[in-house]
Write a protein that binds this ligand. Structure first.
Ligand code: HEM
Length: 304
C-alpha cells in the first residue's frame, strides 16, 4: 500500500507543461492495475455510504451483463491475492475487507458481481460491450463520478457518452473506437486525466460548464479552495466475455500541495494557458480562472 507523499501529488499529468487532447495510453503492468493507498479505508466507507443512500446512482447494470461482471470479480480477486495480499481475505464463500472488517457473501452478489468488486478497492469499474455504434456502457460501479450521471450514460456508446466533451468527436472519437476494437486481453493500458475543481467531494454528478465568477476564490486562498482531481484510468479486454473493462481511480488533493513543487505549479499554469476555451468551459474553469492563474504564478515564482 502506498502512502500519500507530503512532497506533492502522486500523479501530475500536466507536468510537461503542455495541453493536448490525446488518448495518452501507455502499457500497464498487471501488478500496478489496482492502486491502494492510505485513504483506502475512508474511501471504501464512503462507497458503502453512497450505495446505502442511493444504490442506483452509483451502481447500475443492463440485463445480460451478469457473466461478464462475475468475470471481473474473479480477475480482481486473483489480482489482489497475487499483488496485494492482505487487502481482502476470501474464505468459505465470504470476502472480508481487512481494514474495515466488512464481509460480503459471494452468493449475495452472483448477479451483480461488479457491485461487490467496487466495494473491495478504491477503483470504480465500467463494463463496455460491443454494440452497433461502438462500445456501450453495460454495467458500472461508479461511486466517484467526475461531474456526470450514470443514468445518463448507461446503455450509451462511447461517442454519445463523450458528446459534451469539447473536441472529443473531432479528435478522439474514431481513434478511441478503433483502439477498442483491437485491444488485446494480454495488453492492458492506462491513461491519466486531470481537472481542477472547487469541491473535494469524490461523488459529483453535476457542475460542468459553469461560467459565473466565484468572487470567494481569490489568489490568496485558491490553494485551499481548489482541488486537483486526477483520474488514473485503465482498460483491459476480458478474455471470456470479450467485453472491455474500464477502471477509474480518483485522486483529489488540495491545490496547495503544489507549494512543495513550484516546478509543477509552473507546468500546470502553462498547460492551462494552452487549454482551448471550449475545454476550459467544459471543465468549469471560468469561475476561478484569474484567481487560479495568479495563485500559480506566485507559487511557481518560488522555483527560480
Ligand atoms: C481511450 C479511452 C478514453 C479516452 C481517450 C477518453 C477521453 C475522455 C476525455 C478527454 C474526457 C474529458 C475529461 C476532462 O478532461 O475533464 C472524458 C470524459 C468522460 N469519459 Fe472518457 N475517455 C475514454 C474512455 C472512456 C470510457 C471507457 C468511458 C466509459 C464509461 C468513459 C466515460 C467518460 C465520461 C462519462 C466522461 C464525462 C463526460 C461528460 O462530462 O458528459 N471514457 N473522456
Amino acid at each position: 500500500m502506498t502512502a500519500r507523499e507530503p512532497g506533492g501529488p502522486r500523479y501530475a499529468p500536466y507536468a510537461n507543461g503542455r495541453f493536448a487532447l490525446a488518448m495518452g495510453l501507455v502499457a500497464l503492468d498487471p501488478k500496478d492495475w489496482i492502486d491502494a493507498d492510505d485513504r483506502r479505508a475512508a474511501e471504501l466507507q464512503e462507497k458503502e455510504r453512497l450505495l446505502a443512500a442511493n444504490r442506483k446512482a452509483v451502481f447500475d447494470d443492463l440485463p445480460g451483463s451478469e457473466a461478464a461482471q462475475r468475470e471481473v470479480l474473479v480477475i480482481l480477486l486473483e489480482n489482489l491475492e497475487r499483488h496485494h495480499p492482505g487487502l481482502v481475505g476470501v474464505e468459505d464463500g465470504t470476502v472480508t475487507v481487512r481494514e474495515t472488517g466488512k464481509s460480503y457473501g459471494l452468493a449475495d452478489f452472483s448477479d451483480h458481481a461488479l457491485d461487490l468488486a467496487g466495494r473491495l478497492v478504491q477503483e470504480d469499474f465500467c463494463l463496455m460491450r460491443p454494440g452497433e455504434e461502438g462500445y456501450v456502457l453495460h454495467a458500472a460501479s461508479l461511486c466517484f463520478p467526475a461531474r456526470w450521471k450514470l443514468a445518463e450514460k448507461l446503455g450509451q456508446p462511447m461517442m454519445r457518452i463523450h458528446e459534451r466533451v469539447s473536441g472529443y468527436a473531432e479528435r478522439l472519437g474514431r481513434p478511441v473506437d478503433r483502439f477498442f476494437e483491437h485491444l488485446r486481453a494480454d495488453k492492458p493500458v492506462q491513461r491519466l486525466n486531470w481537472s481542477l475543481v472547487d469541491d473535494p467531494a469524490l461523488f459529483q454528478t453535476g457542475g460542468k460548464f459553469r461560467t459565473a465568477e466565484d468572487a470567494g476564490i481569490t489568489p490568496e486562498n485558491a490553494g485551499d479552495r481548489l482541488w486537483l482531481r486526477v483520474e488514473r484510468q485503465t482498460l483491459r479486454r476480458l478474455p471470456e466475455s470479450g467485453d472491455i473493462l474500464f477502471t477509474i481511480r480518483t485522486f483529489v488533493d488540495p491545490l496547495s500541495c503544489l507549494e512543495a513543487r513550484p516546478d509543477l505549479a509552473a507546468a500546470l499554469r502553462a498547460s492551462l494557458d494552452q487549454m482551448p476555451e471550449g475545454m476550459q468551459l467544459y471543465k468549469s474553469l471560468p469561475p476561478f480562472r484569474d484567481a487560479l492563474d495568479r495563485y500559480l504564478e506566485r507559487v511557481s515564482s518560488r522555483a527560480a
